[in-house]
Design a protein. Structure first.
Length: 605
């Protein structure tokens, strides 16, 4: 069904052999003038879906994107492929803008990137009227849905595109996949009659792992040292302070890391983002403000030191790993404190009860993912309404967690909470409750005469950390709740089912040595992980050549070649330009530009 024309562009311009799943149909449809709404996961390959039709069709492809800070890099990457691209946004000097406008009018551009607010300006409308438009691509289309996006007002205006230019095909793209968002994008942008393409949301090269949080920074360090030495990655933390502390901790331990959060000034944020994109193997420690639209292909891991608020957020963030299709890790450390903290945030959040309920539902789904004994991928895909098979590439598949009958433990714990409330009119946090169960004679126990309770010392069969696991899982299941600012535990309506109605509870066994349980067999999942030992020096030499070339040209290393391409070169060691041109990721332009110098690097000893 792929016509030679689009396949030719894929081969010659982008240097790729074949379309990824879903791409061919979309490219055909839009090239033929059809409207499309595309749902594809982060890293799935959305850009080609409008770039190729823009190249195939007559005129300029106009791309609406809110990610102003990334436009320069996007345009640079396209120019490196020999595609004539430009952008218009508020960061440019007036004469720069005039240049781009002139090129647009003269038909000297294939693609023009526009910030959405530009379309509110008459001058832009007139400009577009006077040019020849191949298509409109609306990137990050979920910005029109009600989820409180900064760009929403501008995106809502995009419905006028169709009214003003009814003949120009439109393609809207997003990685946000829930039914509600999907429907709203279609409605707001007038794309009900467009063809809707929903790709599989699976990202098979990402290994999902969720571990019990113990000493998170040390656990992170261990992960980086054993599995990701020298790799680029993103570490997400909840607060600015923990971002700063974690970045410092990594640097103290000899790992290059930069902080990124809203408290840094704009120039510093821009610098850190730019270094992340440009340098090999840099780590950014960030709040969730970082990473939207970052298309660095060789991010080898995404680590969460705090629990994300929703599966959607988690999937967007982890999706930033492994866009190049190579093995990557999504690692999350999660513990009792996270559940407490998130519940508290919800209780204290602004908005009405309905809003808080919604936040609660999102959190519950995230917790269920953390506590599942099933394949993580199957759970993730199910959340997006898609089916999957146990994947063999997540922690629960690789090391199936053991479970145990926690009914009696749950009863003991819940009845301690109930007794304190009924007999003493008291509420306590997890620490004191566990001390009571373990029969510890602490000062606080004596002070409150808790050793006189009938439940004192009835839980010595479990360790302190096992009890914390019980508390965490009961909280996750809604059988226990936290109240107030001090994390005091209270029962819920559902607690009665366990205490009085014979409901049985299955719990996950806490790993004895936290963090070790889920380790995969592979020692390293880094960029050169699957290369035989003897090829590593060659791969490193190619990387060094790439780094020097990128620096010389002031572009990110991946704009020259992806890791995957370098790896293929190292493995197959092409002897001529034509052999080199057959590698994935080497189109005509790059072959002409870098071919000789790659062959020289290969031959240099
Ligand atoms: P998205 O926008 O969906 O997050 P991108 O468009 O940035 O994803 O694509 C992710 C990566 O996959 C990019 O590095 C891109 O070059 C690469 N890619 C896309 N399509 C193909 C393909 N058909 N073959 C090989 N690599 C591809
Ligand atoms: Zn799995």
């Amino acid at each position: 069904m792929t016509t030679p024309e689009t396949l030719k562009v894929l081969n010659q311009v982008f240097g790729y052999d074949e379309f990824r799943e879903g791409q061919a149909e979309i490219v055909e449809h839009v090239s033929g003038g059809g409207d499309a709404l595309v749902l594809m996961p982060t890293g799935g390959g959305k850009s080609l879906c409008y770039q190729i039709p823009a190249l195939v069709r007559d005129g300029v492809g106009v791309v609406i994107s809110p990610l102003i800070a990334l436009m320069q890099d996007q345009v640079d990457a396209l120019r490196a492929l020999g595609v004539r691209a430009g952008f218009l946004n508020s960061t440019q000097a007036p004469d720069e803008q005039r240049m781009v406008e002139k090129e647009f009018l003269a038909g000297e551009l294939d693609l023009l990137y526009l910030a959405p607010e530009r379309l509110r300006v008459d001058q832009t409308i007139r400009l577009l009227d006077n040019g020849n438009i191949a298509l409109f691509a609306i990137d990050e289309a979920h910005c029109v849905s009600q989820w409180g996006h900064d760009f929403r007002p501008d995106y809502l205006e995009l419905s006028q595109l169709h009214e003003r230019w009814p003949k120009v095909p439109r393609i809207a793209l997003t990685a946000t996949a829930t039914e509600a968002t999907h429907a709203e994008i279609a409605r707001r942008l007038g794309l009900e009659d467009a063809h809707h393409f929903v790709a599989s949301f699976d990202r098979p090269n990402i290994q999902y792992r969720i571990v019990a949080k113990n000493e998170p920074r040390k656990q992170l360090l261990e992960l980086l040292r054993t599995e990701h030495p020298g790799d680029a990655g993103i570490v997400y933390c909840l607060s600015r302070k923990s971002v700063e502390d974690t970045a410092e901790f990594l640097v103290r331990n000899g790992i290059e890391a930069l902080p990124y959060h809203a408290g840094l000034d704009a120039a510093q944020r821009a610098e850190h983002q730019s270094r992340f994109l440009r340098e090999d193997g840099l780590i950014v420690v960030a709040t969730i403000a970082f990473g939207m639209g970052i298309d660095k292909p060789d991010v080898r891991f995404v680590a969460h030191l705090d629990l994300p608020k929703s599966i959607e957020g988690y999937y967007q963030e982890t999706g930033r790993a492994g866009r190049d299709g190579l093995a990557s890790t999504a690692w999350l450390a999660y513990g009792l404190q996270d559940v407490m903290q998130q519940r508290k945030l919800i209780d204290n959040s602004e908005g009405d009860a309905a809003h808080r309920r919604k936040l609660g539902t999102h959190l519950d789904a995230m917790l269920a993912l953390c506590e599942t004994v099933e394949c993580r991928r199957v759970r993730l895909l199910a959340y997006f309404g898609q089916q999957g098979q146990p994947c063999g590439n997540c922690d629960t598949c690789l090391a199936p967690p053991e479970s145990w009958d926690g009914t009696v433990a749950a009863q003991k714990l819940l009845s301690t909470v109930v007794r304190l409330a009924r007999e003493r009119r008291q509420k306590f946090g997890a620490g004191q409750i566990i001390d009571i169960l373990l029969g510890k004679k602490t000062a606080k126990i004596s002070q409150h005469a808790h050793d006189e309770l009938s439940v004192f010392g009835v839980g010595t069969e479990l360790t302190d950390s096992a009890w914390r696991g019980v508390v965490r899982q009961l909280l996750a299941m809604g059988l226990l709740a936290v109240e107030g600012d001090y994390g005091t535990l209270v029962t819920t309506e559902a607690s009665d089912e366990v205490l009085y109605q014979g409901r049985t509870i299955t719990l996950r066994t806490e790993p004895k040595r936290p963090g070790k349980a889920a380790k995969s067999g592979k020692a390293s999942r880094g960029a050169d992980a699957e290369l035989p030992e003897e090829l590593r020096p060659l791969f490193e030499r190619l990387r060094a050549w790439r780094a020097a070339t990128a620096k010389e040209q002031g572009v990110p290393a991946y704009v020259i070649f992806h890791d995957a391409t370098l790896r293929q070169i190292a493995t197959e060691q092409p002897a001529s330009l034509s052999e080199l041109g057959a590698m994935s990721g080497i189109g005509e332009n790059k072959l002409a530009k870098y071919g000789e110098s790659v062959l020289e690097t290969l031959n240099a000893e």
